[in-house]
Design a protein around this ligand. Structure first.
Ligand SMILES: [Zn+2]
Length: 240
């Protein structure tokens, strides 16, 4: 639903910022519905009133900007109590990103815990330990080791192992290393080299990554690591 990461890409909408969407059987899960997610779902003809759940990796605006409108859409304006919201506690407590009035709309709101397994219909997933990122943030593995989702984080020892999966989606915000709690291209390469997935997909591009043409960078990583690396584009669909 979009490949934009961080504030400048989101503000300019050089790429969309609707997060990811997972489907397994009749279970449908929206991941990190950032600003404009509702527009992307409509554009790609995914009816948000048929969502089974919404999952926030963390409360930052580029991941949670449309969480309220998505909750309303999932529950048909609150008239149908349905679906589950999974989010870190700090999305709900002080300065919450989930508005109070619609917290009764989903069937359940689940506060994510580190290294914990969850089941939503036919989708099962587990959280990583908390990422160093300035807000309570989790990465995920879905379906055991079918899909690893390396969300926003500074690089740390263990990040590759904790998200190791056949297909890994890696939030690669920065081209060059900077004193910010985000992965840069070199970090993504280190994760790919250690975890050696069947396919690695770079996404959530900040402006420096975007300007450097992510698809060219991905081709270079494929060469240097021997692992197939793709740069996501808005609307990319993968059969896992
Ligand atoms: Zn973030």
């Amino acid at each position: 639903m979009g490949t934009a990461g961080a504030r400048f890409m989101v503000a300019k909408q050089l790429a969309a910022s609707g997060g990811l969407y997972l489907e397994e059987g009749t279970t449908r899960l929206a991941l990190d519905p950032g600003p404009g997610a509702i527009v992307q779902y409509a554009k790609r003809k995914i009816d948000p009133s048929r969502l089974s759940g919404i999952l926030l990796s963390h409360r930052h605006l580029d991941h949670a900007g449309d969480v309220n409108v998505m909750i309303e859409a999932m529950t048909e304006g609150g008239f149908k109590k349905r679906g589950r919201l999974y989010c870190p506690s700090d999305a709900l407590d002080e300065d919450p990103v989930v508005l109070g009035y619609l917290r009764g709309f989903p069937e359940e709101i689940v506060r994510l815990q580190p290294e914990t397994a969850y089941v939503l219909g036919s989708i099962d997933f587990a959280t990583s330990p908390a990422h160093p990122h300035g807000a309570e943030t989790y990465g995920f593995r879905f379906g055991g080791d079918r899909l690893g989702w390396v969300t926003d984080s500074a690089y740390y020892d263990g990040i590759a192992e904790q998200h190791r999966a056949e297909v890994m989606v890696i939030h690669t915000v920065l081209l060059e290393r900077r004193p910010l709690p985000h992965l840069c291209l070199e970090d993504a390469e280190a994760i790919i080299r250690e975890a050696r997935p069947r396919l690695a997909i770079l996404t959530h591009f900040g402006m420096t990554m975007w300007r450097a043409h992510p698809w060219e960078l991905a081709a270079r990583l494929t060469e240097s690591t021997g692992v197939e690396v793709k740069a996501a584009r808005d609307g990319l669909t993968i059969d896992l």
